[in-house]
Design a binder for this molecule. Sequence first.
Ligand code: PRP
Length: 181
Amino acid sequence: MHPDGERVLFTREQIQSRVAGMGAEISRDYRDKDLLIIGILKGAVIFMSDLVRNIKVPLCFDFMAISSYGASTKSSGVVRILKDLDRPIENRHALIVEDIVDTGLTLNYLVDNLKARGPASLRVCTLLDKPASRIVPVEINYNGFIVPNEFIVGYGLDYDGRYRNFPYIMVLNRKVYERGK
Ligand code: PRP
């Protein structure tokens, strides 16, 4: 493990095995359906790229980028679309792919926004669920792991833009984020 980490939460092997299982489940559920995966930039990119290679039905994917108006206004639930989907999702079977559901505000907004576009179905897949910090309830259809309320990085998750490339997920040592204070 990198020295900025306090402990490894999920190893590369644990993640890969869980992602394979999720891919198999999604493959079964969407066997006869025209699946459109919607990845939420940037955190979901790593998970999504592994997940889609474990899904055995032909699928399409697209991306959205979302921004909250900053930490102080996050609890307001106001988010802004920085990059929208390239195509309409009307009559498509859409599956949102996230790396983590934290307060639930991002997902709550996304689900409302995408439902209004008339998809044939809309489901949610996240690698990680942190229920301890939930502010609004959200329905998750596929979840990889429940995580404790700690600062975690790796496998798409960042601190100040870094650590997304790590193939494992670790709890960040607090001295790393206290350094800049
Ligand atoms: C993270 C994560 C989710 C969101 C979850 O994204 O990827 O999109 O926060 O948090 P919430 O449940 O409290 O809304 P972030 O805004 O950190 O952007 P990033 O994916 O580019 O790192």
